[in-house]
Design a protein around this ligand. Sequence first.
Ligand SMILES: [Zn+2]
Length: 561
Amino acid sequence: MKLLLIILSVLMLSLLPAQPNVTPADIVFKNGNLYTANDRAPKAQAVAVKADRIVYVGTNAGAQEYVGQNTRVVDLHGNTALPGFADAHQHLSGVGFREMTLNLEGTTSLEELLAKLKARVDQAKPGEWVTGRGWIETHWQPPVFPTRWDLDKVSPNNPVILGRADGHGAVANSAAFKIAGIDKSTPSPFGGEISKDKQSGEPNGMLLDAAQGLVRRKVPPTTREDAERAVVLGVKRDIELGWTQIQDAGGSYEDIDIFKKLYASGAIKLRIYKAVYGPGPNANRLISEGPIVGEFQNRLTVRTIKVVSDGALGSRGAALLAPYSDAPDTSGFLTVKAEELRPMLIEALRKGIQVETHAIGDKANRFILDEYETALKAVPASERKVADPRWRVEHAQIVNPTDIPRFAKLGIIPSMQPSHAIGDLFFAPSRLGLDRLKGAYAWESFIKSGVVVPGGSDAPVERGEPMIEFYAAVARKDPKGFSTTGWHPEEAVTRAQALKMFTMWPAYAAFEEKLRGSIEVGKLADLTILSADIMTIPELEILKTRCVMTVINGEVVFEGT
Ligand SMILES: [Zn+2]
């Protein structure tokens, strides 16, 4: 009798769709090739999700127990599933505006740039501004900046300003210079430079860093509707590429208002970890009002001030300790004053605000490490709202090797963008000389020194595609597989490290390592599902890999065809 009961109960159990003590999941993903980024259980086949959380990670059979009458079952057909990818450094509305204005990405020559510009000018109304972004001259023959006289040939009347891809330089035409009132006698503003023709001393059209503002402030402002559309377009592009979170490196409270409106109406689903610019009014407001954490189902967090401490290497605005090897009369320039920075850093520590600072050149990196160190000493952990403030250096691109260990020592996070290396390495040897390349884009040296390195794209400075970033990190070669002297192949990372650069480490850099960044029970259900196994395929095939599905909070927000 007893035996019969046992047999009966076992039979009944096996017939039930779910075990009585297991709540059925809302969605189950099965037949996957899962890499979890969790070192204790790195591989799995299936994952079950209830509401926004992961409730099971393991085998297909195990996940089956979570399938109830109303559970959606998604067959991954053996595709590779990763923790939701995060871009640790992006400019979201810039990505959207790149789609909306003249997009000059991938322009291969000055002639092509002028042809694209002419096509746009032909459609413009008389006197209407033409703006665009994305050119980069380093692969042109010869690799020199365009001038205002070049632009005048196709746009003699319409004012034009075209940003270099890195955002740290722009070329404008003579009509734009006239409106801005810039001539031979106009001095360069602090933190910027009006480039001049070497012979005549006339401005040649190139404006570096802060000098761009002289022209940009004459461009009719974009409307609120434009800005909203840019965010929607940027988010659409991001989730189609497989990003589940972007860390938006700078902006204002106006951006935050737009995000809130778009989240509230359901127009956007991407997670955004937002920084506002400082020192200045936006930073002051964040310090006085305090952070916004995890609003809209953990989609929106604002707890960071973005500082910009120098320019970029391509436009020779990066601040170097010694002059540029290919321009001995300049060593770049800092773009923030220490006396404005210091009180803000102290307040930020007291109020629990994270600080992230753009620093490209070795001088800028040393400058910001010094400033961070001084502030950390002035406000001991007991006087901070957040004891470990996880301050970041964005780019940490050219760092004197003696400064690399200071990051780990001070608890500073270098937030780096692999694609910068494979683009810049074509001109970095001439800008810097081979010796200074030892501390350039030094991902592996940083990891070995004991820090995490969150990975980002810096789009629209770069294209903003996760597969380009992953490839650049593991290959450290250009998209054709090319590499040459001075590229330091030993600084490439392993695939397991690259996976963390776009999952666990951005989560850590955002204080979210308990919430997301790996496929683990209890964490938010974000997944990036790919057409190929980027952990094992030959390097160049990574670039051909597509995103087939993006999942945020357990919801399939993008499904490819
Ligand atoms: Zn940036």
